[in-house]
Design a protein around this ligand. Structure first.
Ligand SMILES: Cc1cc2nc3c(=O)[nH]c(=O)nc-3n(C[C@H](O)[C@H](O)[C@H](O)COP(=O)(O)O)c2cc1C
Length: 215
């Protein structure tokens, strides 16, 4: 099993999403003999933002200029990593109600016409179709506040999980059942609710690993 481990918390050693991801990988390695992990730390090595050369190159039908190719190099590398992976892990904090800028920059780099999606107006109102298929995504989140879930008091503020769900098809995660999410809440309150949210999240990891192994 090949795993791409994408991390985006700037808190490094103290990060809950990094701890959740590490615990998941640790348990997974005890269940699977052959686990190959590709590490992608977006904080240690931030993705570049897309540029005019990037856009011109991505949509070009001619041979790319040197500048266009250079602008697309990192995107090509990220897409190769996704293609090679069976399972993608994303560890992401909630920053200002959405994903960290480095993670958004990574999504911008990997959404590429004819590489991760195709576009055809003959398909009518939904011209976009994914190119990659059959991947699984495990999403570990953490937030300072709480109640962002469906029907929760802060549902309208959650631009993190719904955003990633909308972009998951670029990763080849097509089936909703192939996206697993474990989140911790209340981090800023540092109270009993946070402790139990944290304990529940770590406890759910073992079940999640079993679920993925059974599949
Ligand atoms: C720059 C920054 C912005 C944040 N914005 C939010 C926010 O909008 N909503 C929220 O609930 N928590 C917010 N938080 C709290 C984090 O989501 C929380 O600390 C979480 O545990 C971070 O994940 P990590 O432990 O993996 O770093 C923010 C934290 C930081 C550092």
């Amino acid at each position: 099993m090949k795993i791409l481990n994408v991390q985006s918390s700037a808190s490094m050693e103290c990060s809950l999403t990094r701890k959740l991801s590490a615990s998941f990988l640790h348990i997974l390695k005890t269940r699977f003999e052959r686990v190959e992990i590709m590490e992608l730390d977006l904080v240690k090595c931030p993705p570049p933002f897309i540029t005019p050369d990037w856009i011109a190159g991505a949509f070009s039908k001619a041979e790319l200029t040197e500048q266009q190719q250079m602008a697309l190099n990192r995107s090509d590398e990220y897409i190769r990593q996704i293609e090679a992976a069976d399972l993608i892990i994303i560890g992401t904090p909630m920053y200002n109600y959405g994903m960290p800028a480095v993670l958004k920059a990574w999504f911008d780099q990997i959404a590429r016409i004819n590489k991760t999606f195709s576009f055809d107006l003959s398909r009518g109102d939904f011209p976009i179709e994914p190119v990659l298929h059959g991947k699984k995504l495990v999403l570990f989140t953490s937030s300072g506040e709480f109640d962002f879930q469906k029907g929760g008091e802060r549902e309208a503020f959650d631009h993190l999980v719904p955003h990633i769900k909308s972009c998951a098809h670029y990763l080849g995660v097509i089936n909703e059942n192939d996206l697993y999410h474990i989140g911790i809440e209340y981090q800023e309150f540092k109270d009993k609710r946070h402790e139990s949210s944290k304990n529940e999240a770590f406890a759910r990891i073992t079940t999640l690993v079993d679920e993925i192994c059974l599949y």
